[in-house]
Design a protein around this ligand. Sequence first.
Ligand SMILES: Nc1ncnc2c1ncn2[C@@H]1O[C@H](COP(=O)(O)OP(=O)(O)OP(=O)(O)O)[C@@H](O)[C@H]1O
Length: 227
Amino acid sequence: MSALLTVRGLVKRHGERLLFDIGELTLDAASAYVLTGANGVGKSTLLRALAGLEPVQAGAVEFDGKPVSLHPYPQALRRAIVYVHQHPVMFSTSVAQNIGYGLVARGEPRARVAAVVEAAMDWAGVAYLRETDPARLSGGEKQRVALARARVLQPRLLLLDEPTANLDGAAREQVIALIPTLMEQGTTVVMACHDRDLIGLPGVRRLKLRDGHLEYRSHKGEHGEAQ
Ligand SMILES: Nc1ncnc2c1ncn2[C@@H]1O[C@H](COP(=O)(O)OP(=O)(O)OP(=O)(O)O)[C@@H](O)[C@H]1O
């Protein structure tokens, strides 16, 4: 499998506190990962750093086999890497306009945006909400709208920050059901989570952040330090 993203020497400090010092992080193309670790260990920070939303110290970085920098964060990575917040922020327009916003911003023709948004709403099971003010959405609906909004951008790497946190019952199951279909479209997905059902999804590899280091774990529970 070919590497989509490799980052060497990924270091994050908050003042005197060293949050993580990761020798090497490699994410393969068209692969899915869960990123686990105790509360406060730095999972969100790591995802946000990869998305260019958090200043971080990085050595050599390669995306799609080409050297890139995380500072300044290149436009090509901004297009290719999408981060979905645990509590997604929505514009006070309609659900449909929120989902299409990124495509409109990229200058896509209106007719194409409308068709893609329609398909994404069907995929996420939110078509009945198309004209709804996002402020009225439940937590589960909001997360599914956020996933649809990310999916239409066809990212190479999708970073999901605790997509099922604060959800239970059917709302949680609806979000979990969407994840394998995201993986099918060739997107690499990394999910920060504590959710056992996400961790146990078929084909999902596990990354564990512990004591500032990243461990790669197989499904059988074997583990080893990252290089
Ligand atoms: N600007 C900041 N200054 C100092 N410390 C910060 C700052 N931002 C985050 N932190 C700290 O960094 C640590 C990592 O936070 P982060 O949200 O990445 O953890 P997490 O593993 O995602 O946790 P959780 O599972 O609870 O969501 C926390 O201890 C947090 O308080």
